[in-house]
Design a protein around this ligand. Sequence first.
Ligand SMILES: Cc1cc2nc3c(=O)[nH]c(=O)nc-3n(C[C@H](O)[C@H](O)[C@H](O)COP(=O)(O)O)c2cc1C
Length: 333
Amino acid sequence: MSTGFDEVSLIHNALPEFDREEIDVACELFGHKLDAPVIIESMTGGTPIAARINATLGKIAEELQIPMGVGSQRAAIDDPKLAYTFQAARENAPSALLLANLGCPQIIKEDGIERAKAAVEMIKADALFVHLNALQESIQFEGQTRFKGALGRIRELASALSVPVLAKETGAGISRETAVSVERAGVKGIDVAGLGGTSWAAVEYHRAREKRRARQARLGLVFWDWGIPTSASIVEVSKSTKVRIIASGGVRNGLHIAKAIALGAHYGGLAMPLLKSVSKSHKEAKESLLSVIDELKTAMFLTGSKNLDRLHECPFVITGKTREWLAARGLLS
Ligand SMILES: Cc1cc2nc3c(=O)[nH]c(=O)nc-3n(C[C@H](O)[C@H](O)[C@H](O)COP(=O)(O)O)c2cc1C
């Protein structure tokens, strides 16, 4: 299943009327200045290898002055000896914007507020991602499917924490209805993490096959393509809320980020491609992000968008299934 980015075309501007080097991709998130609207998505923590990955990604976030999310901090909250695997990010990114991370099953526990405060404190985070991953939890054999009371707890968190709370999916997208609910509950940002990139149904299918768990494997197959494609999810959220919007889920280059911003997002985020490149070297991961920023600037030059505000207003056409989706949802303007 695709993100839908292939069905979005930005309109070429043959006469940009400015020089490429004048393009400005600087922006801000929650008062932090960012050198580019690119986010290192939440991925890992909890093991010695994860500590090395978080250290390297933190270093890159600091060097490029872009935000970074750590993976779910559940393990380190249950066992504080593992906190160092997440703190490695902050040690290497003293001034970059860092996002703590916990899932719904964690925040709805009786001590959920304390858990969230501890996650933020652990890495001196600037914001907290609450991930909503019902699909993955449903397919995992050991999945935690307690979600009752999550919205109310998000509301409590939004007023109890000293940092902004964001809601994020992990690969199945956010609908207009969910976006409106979490905005009303006080979240300041949404990471759509839509369908078309990393598929947790697929990951859990393969895990289940290895463990010979036939029913879980079958669930993974049936729900393989479940979710809202990233491009449609961006429109669902941007047309219904005023929160900061991160586009992730199959964002693989700077042109994808340019399309996401034209559709209504403010930032683009990458997970899996960075995990692959950071496993090779710091240089490879940093280079891949610099390429993404270069591609974004090229898309801006070719659309006559000197800055991100102009890119936000860039004309585009939507075709195919994405168009049909948006029409069916009354979101085509
Ligand atoms: C290896 C890996 C681990 C992830 N772990 C988390 C996590 O702990 N918490 C979370 O909110 N999202 C997690 N995600 C989801 C990503 O943050 C991202 O939203 C999603 O993978 C879509 O991006 P992608 O297609 O670029 O991978 C993880 C993704 C990957 C690839």
